[in-house]
Ligand binder design. Structure first.
Ligand code: MRU
Length: 348
C-alpha cells in the first residue's frame, strides 16, 4: 500500500529515489551524510516535510559516524554539517525548522559525545514519527472540505512521497477516500520535473484512488467545463501574512480557481508556517536551466543555448486562498487576518 519514502535503519538512511519513479522503485541507502545532502539537491528526496526529515537524519548519521571524544570539536563538526544541509535548498521552511531543532540540541548539549550522538538520533526519529502523525491529523481536519462526488485537482506531489508518510494534500484525499467518500483526483503534470505525472499518479494508483492526468496548461479549460470541484495543494512555506509558497504553477491554479469560484485549499503542517519572513524576503529557488530545455534530462526540446527562467516555486497571495488546513487548526478566508489571529500574533 503506502510507500516508505525515507527511514532510519540501524545507523543507515534509506530512501526511495523519487527521480526513478514511476518506472522503477529504487531504494538508496547510505551511512554518509554528504550522500543525503546530495540526494536532497538532486531531488531524489523532495517535498518540504521529507527534506526536513532527511536533513535531521543526515545530521544524525554524521553524529553516529564521528570518531573523537572532545565535545567541543564534535559540536563544531556538527554545526558545519547543519550548515551544509541548510545550503541544499532555500525555499521550504521545514528544512530550516528541522535543522533548528537539531541545532538547539547541539548548542545546548551538556554531557559526553556519546550522549549527544544518542540524542540526535532520537530527535531525528522523533521528527520523522511526528511528521506521519501530523499528516494524519491534517487529513482528519481536511475531511469537512471534501464532499462525496468531488473531483479534486492537485498540483505537484504533496503526498507520502513528499513527507515521512501519508502526505498533506494527498493526506486529506486519502482520509476522504478511506472515510468512504467517492472522489476523483485530477493531477497536473507539473513541469519541469513532472512530480504530478510521475509521483502523484503513481502514489494514488498504488492505493486505488481514481486519478486522471492533465498538462499544466489544461487547468483553465477543465475548470471552465465544470470538471473540478475543489483544489488542494501542499506548501513549502506559509507566511504569517497568508501568502502560500508552493511548486511553480500553484499561483496559476489559484487564480483560475478564484475565477471559477472553486475552493482553493492548502494543507500543511504548522512547521510549514513561517512566522518571521516577509513576502519580499522569501528566496525562490532558481534551478538548472537544463530542467526546462530538456524533458527529464533526456530529450532536448529547444535550442540548447536558449536563455531560460526556471523558478521552482511561486507565491500565491492570501486573497486567493480559501483555507489553510493544519494538524491542529483550520484557518479560513480571509487568511491574512485569520492566520495571525489563530496563532495569536500580529503582523509586523
Ligand atoms: O521541488 P519539490 O518537489 O521539493 O517541491 C515540492 C512542493 O512544492 C510540494 O507541493 C510541497 O513541498 C509540499 S509537500 C507536502
Amino acid at each position: 500500500m503506502e510507500v516508505k519514502t525515507i527511514e532510519w535503519l540501524d545507523g543507515k538512511v534509506r530512501w526511495l529515489n523519487t527521480l526513478m519513479l514511476p518506472h522503477e522503485e529504487v531504494y538508496e541507502e547510505t551511512t554518509h551524510f554528504e550522500r543525503v545532502a546530495i540526494a536532497i539537491e538532486r531531488l531524489e528526496i523532495r517535498g518540504a516535510p521529507a527534506i526536513g526529515v532527511a536533513a535531521a537524519f543526515g545530521v544524525a548519521l554524521a553524529a553516529s559516524n564521528y570518531r573523537g571524544s572532545n565535545v567541543d570539536d564534535f559540536k563544531s563538526f556538527l554545526l558545519n554539517v547543519v550548515s551544509r544541509f541548510s545550503r541544499t535548498r532555500p525555499t521550504a521552511v521545514n528544512l530550516f525548522w528541522a535543522l533548528d531543532r537539531v541545532k538547539s540540541l547541539i548548542v545546548n548539549h551538556v554531557g559526553s559525545v556519546d550522549e549527544l550522538k544518542d540524542r540526535l538520533v532520537k530527535e531525528a526519529i522523533k521528527i520523522y514519527e511526528e511528521d506521519i502523525e501530523v499528516n494524519k491529523r491534517i487529513g482528519v481536519n481536511g475531511l469537512k472540505y471534501i464532499d462525496d462526488g468531488d473531483v479534486i485537482l492537485t498540483h505537484c506531489n504533496a503526498g507520502a512521497l513528499a513527507t515521512a508518510g501519508y502526505g498533506t494534500a494527498l493526506g486529506v484525499i486519502r482520509a476522504a477516500w478511506h472515510s468512504g467518500k467517492r472522489i476523483e483526483v485530477i493531477a497536473t503534470e507539473t513541469r519541469p520535473i513532472l512530480q504530478g505525472a510521475r509521483l502523484t499518479v503513481w502514489e494514488l494508483r498504488k492505493e486505488g484512488i481514481p486519478v486522471k492526468l492533465i498538462t499544466d496548461n489544461m487547468v483553465g479549460y477543465v475548470m471552465s467545463r465544470g470538471l473540478v470541484s475543489k483544489v488542494i495543494v501542499g506548501a513549502d512555506r506559509v507566511l504569517l501574512s497568508g501568502h502560500v509558497i508552493n511548486k511553480i504553477g500553484t499561483y496559476t491554479v489559484a487564480v483560475l480557481a478564484f475565477r471559477h469560484s472553486i475552493p482553493f485549499l492548502v494543507a500543511a503542517p504548522k512547521s510549514t508556517i513561517d512566522l518571521r519572513t516577509k513576502v519580499d524576503e522569501v528566496v525562490i529557488e532558481e534551478r538548472n536551466p537544463d530542467e526546462v530545455r530538456y524533458v527529464l534530462g533526456k530529450t532536448l526540446i529547444t535550442l540548447p543555448d536558449v536563455e531560460v527562467i526556471n523558478p521552482s516555486f511561486d507565491i500565491t497571495p492570501p486573497e486567493l486562498v480559501s483555507a489553510v488546513i493544519t494538524e491542529d487548526m483550520v484557518v479560513e478566508r480571509p487568511v491574512d487576518i485569520n492566520l495571525p489571529k489563530a496563532l495569536n500574533m500580529s503582523l509586523r
